[in-house]
Structure formats: structure tokens, C-alpha cells
Design a protein around this ligand. Structure first.
Ligand code: ADP
Ligand code: MG
Length: 249
């Protein structure tokens, strides 16, 4: 397993607490993700999975505890924010592509604006990733002309264009029709084969078994159990996890 900065873990959450008003949504969450580790997060709706992922990317702020990404602690410091945005790629349930930009423009926007990459270079990079997700022929189209599965693959390519060290996925297939789920999961599996560090919220348990080094089960803002897919799926320790698995498996 290759090391993160200073050989340290890619992501550390240490007793993270977050409230929305009086609603306590993350409760003493502790999670360490090693460089090149692949973690699948599952749990009932409303258990805080998205909030945790969004805190790692600083789309949300936590109130207590520490979050350290590739050696940088997340604070209000602009340098920290900048580092995180460069190191961490994120793919959401809804693809969030810019509808008025072509597929290629969606992919080159951030490298050109944030990384100050010349257009030619950004386009070559983007075409490389569009080939990776097997839709280079769609480069000149607009998002509305693509299927949901294709749009999600563009969203993945777009995130990769920033050359992130870590990828976060928040239910990347739950807005897709069943026949498109596999093409998106296969794309993510391809990244896994490259050794990308990833945290993926999903209820696709077959996918979890195939790619996850570790499965984390959250319920009501807490990390309730964590272990290998075998441990979590075949030998759940808590009633809460048994109940959840009974519903999704
Ligand atoms: P999950 O992703 O596991 O379904 P979320 O992290 O989205 O859970 O939500 C955790 C809890 O926080 C839920 O009770 C949800 O209603 C609440 N919540 C999420 N986002 C907000 C927000 N922006 N403002 C207020 N409450 C929120
Ligand atoms: Mg969610």
C-alpha cells in the first residue's frame, strides 16, 4: 500500500461532531482511511452518510473534533480549503454537470480555472479521461443529450481531470435506471484497480464485496460497525446492522 503525505493516512476523522441547529447528525465519528484504501459506507437514510462525506470535502463544516485529509487539517484557513479542493474529487448522486457546457467543457473548466492549465493541455487531459470512462465520442454534446449513466461517467471523468488523490462518491448509482448502474460501477471498479483512495456511500452490496477493503455501517450519526465485507455482511455484531442488512440484502 503506497503512502500518503509523510506515509500517513489519507483521511482521519477524530471524534467528529456536527449539528444542524439542534439536530445532532454526526456523533463522535472516528474513521481512518489509509492511502489506497477503499471504504464503502452504508446505513439507513438520514444516518449522516452524506454529511460525513461532505465534511471530508469541506462542503459542510463540523463543529467538534478533527478532520485531516492527506496531512492537512480542515480549518477555515483558505490554504487548507484550496488543498482539499485539489486533492479530493467528489461525485454526487445527481450528476451536477453544467447543462449549458459541452461534455468536454464540463471537464476542462476546473483544470483551466483552478489549475491554470492551458486549454489544449486541459482538452487532451479531458479526452484521456473520457476515453477512460468509454465515452470520448460524446465530448461535443451537452449533458441533456446523454443518458443518466453516461452523465455520471462524465461526472467521474470531470472529477478525475483535477487529478485528485482521493475520490468521494455519494450514492453514485442511486439516481440511475437499473441497466445503467453496472456501467457506472464498472467505471469505479476500474479506478479501484488503479489504486485510487476512495470512500463510497452505496447500498450496492455486490459492489461493496468486490471493491471494498472495509465496510463502515452508520446509524443515527454514529459509526456502529466497521470491518471487512465478510465481517460486516456475514457476521454483523449489532442488532442495528442485522436489521439494516435484512432490508438491503
Ligand atoms: P444520509 O446521507 O445518511 O441519508 P444525511 O447526512 O443526508 O444522511 O442527513 C443526516 C441528517 O441531517 C438527516 O436527519 C437530515 O435530514 C439532516 N440534514 C441533512 N442536511 C441538512 C441540512 N442542510 N440542514 C438541516 N438538516 C440536514
Ligand atoms: Mg445521503
Amino acid at each position: 500500500m503506497s503512502a500518503g503525505v509523510d506515509g500517513g493516512p489519507a483521511i482521519v476523522l477524530d471524534k467528529v461532531n456536527k449539528w444542524y441547529g439542534s439536530l445532532h447528525v454526526l456523533r463522535d465519528v472516528c474513521l481512518t482511511v489509509a492511502a489506497q484504501e477503499r471504504v464503502v459506507v452504508c446505513g439507513p437514510s438520514g444516518s449522516g452518510k452524506s454529511t460525513m462525506i461532505r465534511c471530508i470535502n469541506r462542503l459542510e463544516t463540523h463543529q467538534e473534533g478533527r478532520i485531516i485529509v492527506d496531512g492537512t487539517e480542515l480549518t477555515d484557513d483558505l490554504h487548507a480549503l484550496d488543498t482539499i479542493r485539489r486533492e479530493v474529487g467528489m461525485v454526487f448522486q445527481s450528476f451536477n454537470l453544467f447543462p449549458h457546457l459541452t461534455i468536454l467543457e464540463n471537464c476542462t473548466l476546473a483544470p483551466m480555472r483552478v489549475r491554470k492549465m492551458p486549454r489544449r493541455e486541459a482538452e487532451a487531459l479531458a479526452m484521456g479521461y473520457l476515453e477512460r470512462v468509454r465515452i470520448p465520442e460524446q465530448a461535443g454534446k451537452y449533458p441533456g443529450q446523454l443518458s443518466g449513466g453516461q452523465q455520471q461517467r462524465v461526472a467521474i471523468a470531470r472529477a478525475l481531470c483535477m487529478k485528485p488523490r482521493i475520490m468521494l462518491f455519494d450514492e453514485p448509482t442511486s439516481a440511475l435506471d437499473p441497466e445503467m448502474i453496472k456501467e457506472v460501477l464498472d467505471t469505479i471498479i476500474g479506478l479501484a484497480d488503479d489504486g485510487m483512495t476512495m470512500v463510497c456511500v452505496t447500498h450496492e452490496m455486490g459492489f461493496a464485496r468486490q471493491v471494498a477493503h472495509r465496510v463502515v455501517f452508520m446509524d443515527r450519526g454514529e459509526v456502529v460497525e466497521s470491518g471487512t465485507p465478510g465481517e460486516v455482511f456475514e457476521a454483523p455484531k449489532t442488532e442495528r446492522l442485522r436489521g439494516f442488512l435484512g432490508q438491503v440484502l
